[in-house]
Design a protein around this ligand. Sequence first.
Ligand code: ATP
Ligand code: MG
Length: 392
Amino acid sequence: MKEIILLKDGELALKGLNRSTFEDILIKNIREKLVGLGEFRFVKSQSTVTVEPVSDDADLDEAFSRIQKVFGVVGVSRACVCEKEIGEITRCACEYLKDELMFAKTFKVKAKRSDKSFPYNSPAICDEVGGAVLSAFRGIKVDVHEPEVTVNVEVRDRYAYIHGTQLPGAGGMPTGTGGRACVLISGGIDSPVAAYMMAKRGVKLTAVHFASPPYTSALAEQKVHRLLEKVAAYAGRVNLFTVHFTELQEAIRDDCPEEMFTVTMRRLMMQVASRIAEWQGCDALITGESLGQVASQTIHALKCTDECASLPVFRPCIGMDKNEIVIVSRKIDAFDISIEPYEDCCTVFTPRHPRTRPTPEYAREVEAMIRDKDRLIDEAVKSAKLKIIEAY
Ligand code: ATP
Ligand code: MG
């Protein structure tokens, strides 16, 4: 029996005339995800994309699991393809879904006929297929409200497709339809979640990580790579720039009042990241900040850091509690990596009593105390080393 993958693109339906472009981007993203898994053909029609294997070596199992992580897909199912003839449809339905139907107590049939020339309308298809299931599987009953198994029959242009329960897709918008933004990624819990959340809205990601060797280790950097791989499984390829931040941090330690270390460090991070982001063609920055979580994330501290960014700063975690962030972190399989205990540059020179109500005027004054600041910022920008992160 020939099998394909059927996917539904939900929110895309809202996009009117842009819809076709959005679907093209979605298909391009899926194509990229399926590289190396054999040859597939893509057909789009009526909020549905069919992914059909055309070469013998096509790996449908792996394709199915990768497609579940593609943004812009709301539902995905494996379906069997059959000729548009009612006897063939009933036979395929009983055969293809026999493992599910055999152990189920209840079922219903849902039929959709987009080819109006097909001689059976939807209720008639339900009657035929329902009748066949009732006589093939002993003891099973129809329950139209809460069936254990739904037998879906879709009669489309060329073929009829039969599938069981549809699994949820990754949701959101296809990556690349929402512009490009640069995430400031640490090894913590929040910034990978922030990156995932913005990618889910269609944003293509670039990433910047600040490393301060020898205070931070190579293992800490590898941890960031592994975290970004978890994000890239959804977001597609990510260009990661690792910035050598040691001299700037030492300058802060030597020249600034201790209570302002963290806020000043964040201000410098924003400046360096803004430059890299603009050079990479990004139109926004992303951070994992959450209001009130730590001293550097009070409304006053954020006001001080925000003014140093030359682009809008997206903070998708801003209104989330830690446990809400952790739920997303676990969902994308990042949590266990995030809690590995490696030093981040933020924890290197932590003030004992950080100021929680800094003013921008004072923050500017403190920043101006850094000798040679402009040169150090230039050097940090120039130190950025690119690594391409790709994962499935
Ligand atoms: P996270 O879990 O993302 O590390 P956090 O709650 O620990 O967040 P902070 O360490 O105060 O918060 O950092 C706030 C934000 O600053 C992070 O979410 C991230 O966007 C950015 N950031 C912190 N450290 C780094 C770093 N080493 N490189 C790049 N960005 C960083
Ligand atoms: Mg952190």
